[in-house]
Design a protein around this ligand. Structure first.
Ligand SMILES: [Zn+2]
Length: 347
């Protein structure tokens, strides 16, 4: 840490990170990340760590920012492995910087917050997101960045859209970035943008836990989700239709796999597994609720709830952009994500 002012600001950022990480409408599991620029060093959340642990655990990694930005400008594949730019002497635990480090490095402001805000995502998955967001974000200096895989492709997408003065990015099929010179101003901007993008969620009926337990049977190992809110994706017919039609954002694919599995009328868990030939991380039972595979990670539970929270906020007439088959594949086969998932499972 270069100066005492930087140290104070990093402490403030850790406190804000813990607040953001504790709000499932802003981040889920190891998603989202925060950063502070101190001279030429970028302090960024480590890959696979959870923002909610920012006060109790050392989750911030120092990265040499100038060579990283130069690598993005050269389109050097090294920029896709930000661990190569971590400052070893200040990183005794050998943590890997977030996959999304380049997003933070490219924003010129000192403090950057990247969140998977459900209000933002519910807009960012819509085909006319840019037009709808423009109506809501009047007076905000913002830019829309169409979907790219996080890492170097997303960094290049941001570089193409970034204009001087922009301090808010809406990342298509992904989330929100806000940036400011201080932690206080960044938090204020986050809440301002979030309230401008806020959407009312459709309410769903209650899940039928007894019926779900019967559908799981004695030997499937399937269980109820960690959050009761997760059931809404199976209970609300429109949410279910949106979920079944494809993958809407990267962390869904990474933690739950492609799209969502919906049981057919009369099917129990064993029937669904027999039909698919695999055990999906989650199964949606129309009008009844959701069951999770017994070994599904806490990250999978967080993302199942996120799906319900996002789809409940999407207008039922909206046209949606789904990730393509190739985009799903590049997430599933992505080495950096496999690392993040492994840490998540261990944690
Ligand atoms: Zn993200």
């Amino acid at each position: 840490m270069a100066t005492q002012a930087d140290a104070q600001e990093l402490a403030a950022l850790r406190a804000l990170s813990a607040r953001i990480g504790s709000n499932p409408h802003l981040t889920q599991a190891a998603g989202g990340n925060t950063s502070l620029k101190a001279g030429d060093t970028l302090w960024i959340k480590a890959s696979g760590t959870w923002l909610k642990d920012a006060l109790s655990d050392d989750i911030m990694v120092p990265v040499a920012m100038v060579p990283l930005i130069e690598a993005v400008e050269r389109r050097d594949p090294a920029a896709d492995k930000p661990q190569a730019f971590a400052i070893g002497a200040l990183n005794p635990r050998g943590l890997r910087p977030s996959i999304e480090t380049t997003v933070h490095a490219l924003m010129p402001q000192r403090v950057v917050l990247h969140v998977h805000c459900v209000d933002t995502i519910s807009l960012a998955v819509q085909a006319d997101c840019e037009i709808k967001a423009a109506r809501r974000l009047e007076g905000v200096e913002w830019a829309y960045v169409p979907y790219r895989r996080p890492g170097l492709p997303l960094a290049q997408g941001i570089a193409e859209r970034l204009r001087p003065g922009v301090d808010v990015l809406i990342l298509g099929n992904h989330g929100l970035v806000v940036a400011a010179e201080t932690v206080t101003d960044a938090e204020r901007l986050l809440h301002r943008v979030r309230s401008l993008l806020a959407r009312t969620a459709r309410t769903a009926a209650n899940a039928d836990a007894a019926a779900l337990t019967a559908l799981a049977g004695d030997s499937s190992g399937y269980r109820l989700p960690a959050d009761v809110e997760a059931h809404a994706a199976a209970l609300d017919a429109d949410s279910r239709r949106m979920a079944e039609a494809g993958s809407l954002y990267p962390d869904h694919v990474i933690f739950l796999g492609r799209s969502s599995v919906v049981a057919r009328p009369g099917e129990h868990v064993a029937d669904v597994i027999a039909r698919l030939g695999v055990k999906p991380a989650a199964i949606l039972f129309p009008g009844v609720g959701v069951l999770m595979r017994g070994d599904a990670s806490t990250g999978a539970d967080a993302m199942q709830r996120c799906l319900a929270d996002v789809t409940a906020r999407i207008d039922i007439t909206a046209r949606l952009n789904y990730l393509t088959a190739a985009e799903n594949d590049e997430l599933i086969n992505w080495d950096a994500e496999q690392y993040r998932q492994k840490l998540n499972a261990a944690g």
